[in-house]
Design a protein around this ligand. Structure first.
Ligand code: ADP
Ligand code: MG
Length: 140
């Protein structure tokens, strides 16, 4: 298996509860390495652009409002099969459906305030990383 990269966001519900370290530890324990990280306050424009794929979904407006409701921590994660490895440790979108030992089972508040974002394909990972990071901000 190849070493690849994925994009992660520690969402406002998690930063609000001071869970940046706890979430990052679960990512690291799952075999992922943080090769870039920054804490930002997303703008409405950034949140709308990042989630543009969801703009027809009924929860789009609320999702954007949630993502700008507090700081987020953006990360590039590297590891063997990073996209799948990250999705596995994140758990299901709805914490009620997430497996024991996953980040969302442990920490998510709701289907919306579910603590983490993770890319769902290598192609989307590349697009999402480039949306927020310059190449010289990533140090593997
Ligand atoms: P995932 O984050 O697991 O890839 P999606 O890409 O389907 O899930 O959705 C993006 C984000 O939109 C979710 O992480 C969650 O914050 C929010 N979301 C998804 N489904 C709902 C819903 N039914 N109601 C409210 N928010 C939702
Ligand atoms: Mg998704």
């Amino acid at each position: 298996m190849a070493v690849t990269r994925t994009f992660s966001i520690i969402k406002p519900d998690a930063t609000r509860r001071n869970l940046t370290g706890a979430v990052t530890k679960m990512l690291e324990d799952a075999g992922l390495r943080v090769v870039a990280s920054k804490r930002i306050q997303m703008t409405k424009e950034q949140a709308e652009g990042f989630y543009a794929v969801h703009k027809e979904r009924p929860f789009f407006g609320e999702l954007v409002d949630f993502m700008i409701s507090g700081p987020v921590v953006l990360q590039v994660l590297e590891g063997e099969d990073a996209v799948k490895r990250n999705r596995d440790v994140m758990g299901a979108t709805n914490p009620a459906d997430a497996d024991e030992g996953t980040i969302r089972k442990s920490y998510a508040e709701s289907i919306e305030a579910n603590s983490v974002h993770g890319s769902d394909s290598d192609e989307n990972a590349k697009t999402e990383i480039e949306f927020f990071f310059a190449e010289d901000e990533i140090v593997g």
